[in-house]
Design a protein around this ligand. Structure first.
Ligand SMILES: [Zn+2]
Ligand SMILES: [Zn+2]
Length: 252
């Protein structure tokens, strides 16, 4: 499950690179820059690559309260908790973009151990949640348990952490219940596996729909603005404008 659309022949190469890179997972975790100084200063986030699929797990927090939410805890929970601890953050919620194993595999354990509510994704991903144990066996992840979200998300909802609010947009296509989390004030959006730098999410999994994905990107992401930085589920950040102009899957 590399999640990025790519020619079929290249899939094995990318996957093996991802697996090789996990052998160096003891290296210091990659720290991506905090939200830009042009955005409001009290809104921060840190993103680390987790799981054998090098999934980007993000912690977002409100500086005023120190309250934090974890976006897509795919696994490696000790690293995740350590990153929150280092910054003196209080984890208050888990937000899920979608229920693929590399994004949601650590959810049940983290929620029960830390007493955190599970927010999202959209109910369309119920079947992926139900299949988490099977996904973990199939893709070589530690055993993952299904869970029941405390709150399903729908297009137009908002999620709040401390004094910070992010908008929820439903972006189906990679999975039926995929959502993204957008901070208009900070010009940041956490897009999971909808869009990548130079690629888009795969749509050949059960419930995938290529036309829906393109429609979601064009009608729900592009209006967020060319300068909006997106944090994808894998790989480096980019801006929506750069992808709109150059991404071969969605550029016109
Ligand atoms: Zn993924
Ligand atoms: Zn995915």
């Amino acid at each position: 499950m590399t999640d990025r659309s790519q020619p079929v022949a290249a899939t094995a190469v990318v996957l093996s690179q991802a697996l090789q890179s996990t052998q160096s997972c003891e290296a210091p975790p990659q720290h991506l820059p905090f939200w830009s100084t042009q955005s409001r200063k009290n809104r921060h986030r840190v993103t680390k690559q987790h799981t054998p699929f090098q999934q980007n797990c993000s912690i977002v927090w409100c500086d005023a309260t120190g309250e934090a939410a974890v976006i897509d805890p795919g696994g490696e929970l000790p690293r995740l908790l350590g990153a929150a601890d280092e910054r003196g953050l209080h984890l208050k919620a888990i937000w899920l973009t979608h229920a693929h194993i590399d994004h949601a595999g650590g959810t049940a354990q983290l929620a029960s151990e830390q007493g955190l509510p599970i927010i999202g994704p959209h109910v369309g991903d119920q079947f992926w949640i139900d299949g988490l144990a099977q996904q973990s066996r199939m893709f070589g992840f530690p055993p993952a348990q299904p869970f029941t979200p405390d709150c399903w998300l729908e297009d137009g909802d908002t999620v709040q952490i401390g004094q910070e609010m992010l908008a929820v947009r439903h972006c189906p296509g990679h999975t039926p219940g995929h959502v993204v989390f957008h901070s208009a004030a900070a010009q940041r959006v956490f897009v999971g596996d909808v869009l990548f730098a130079g690629s888009i999410g795969r749509t050949d999994f059960p419930g995938g729909n290529h036309a829906q994905l393109l429609d979601a990107i064009r009608t729900r992401l592009w209006p967020m603005g060319d300068d909006t930085v997106f944090i994808p589920g894998h790989g480096p950040e980019s801006t929506l404008g750069h992808e709109r102009r150059t991404n071969p899957y969605v550029a016109r």
